[in-house]
Design a protein around this ligand. Structure first.
Ligand SMILES: [Zn+2]
Length: 211
């Protein structure tokens, strides 16, 4: 029952490197109370070896030499993960901002055009639909992709008008397009812009140092 109060040897950390020729691998060696040793290659390519206090350095070095291929592969694999994760975090942050901006801006444009067009609408939601920029349900609920905030505002306006025109015509008939044209005379240019550039709105490129 005294076991849990037993004093442990202090943990000792030290830093080393092994030269694989094409890769100088830095690793942290953690000496602690344990019976076996293990190597951990974490996301970002951080290498940590945990080993018993008494384990000779030569054993660790031999191990690193023997497992060179595996370690190098794992290292390259894990290094990539971090790059991805950091970008993801920035992208998520940026997406949040655009969503917030969209939630503020798009309803204002909807209200503006609905007033001019004299149509009613239901709820507005901001989404991230992969295939469409906006939608209009039969009950008048509208949804828009937050990514429209990355497009020119005149293109965003076109999408708003397009969806509001569905409050009159629930289809893409000639009459529908006449109505769109009435409010956005150059709507064809906006459509073309979306067709040509839309895919780029699905890629948030973040320049280094932009934040
Ligand atoms: Zn439509």
């Amino acid at each position: 029952m005294f076991k849990r109060y037993q004093q442990k040897s202090p943990i000792a950390e030290s830093y080393h490197e092994i030269d694989y020729g094409d890769l100088k691998l830095h690793y942290k060696l953690v000496r602690c109370d344990r019976k076996s040793y293990e190597v951990q290659i974490r996301p970002g390519g951080k290498v940590v070896i945990r080993a018993p206090h008494q384990l000779p350095m030569t054993v660790i070095r031999d191990f690193l030499v023997q497992r060179e291929e595996w370690i190098k592969n794992k290292y390259h694999e894990q290094s990539k993960i971090r790059a991805g994760k950091e970008t993801d975090l920035k992208t998520i942050e940026l997406e949040k901002r655009y969503r917030k901006a969209a939630m503020d801006y798009i309803p204002k444009r909807v209200a503006y055009y609905a007033g001019i067009m004299d149509v009613s609408y239901g709820k507005i939601s901001i989404r991230d639909a992969k295939t469409r920029w906006g939608s209009c349900s039969s009950s008048g609920n509208l949804s828009f992709s937050w990514r429209l905030m990355l497009a020119p505002f005149s293109v965003l306006d076109y999408v708003v008008v397009h969806e509001l025109c569905h409050r009159v015509h629930m289809n893409h008939s000639k009459e529908f397009w006449y109505l769109v044209e009435y409010y956005i005379p150059d709507y064809k240019i906006k459509r073309k812009w979306l067709k040509e550039n839309g895919k780029h709105l699905h890629v948030l490129a973040i320049e280094e140092g932009q934040e």
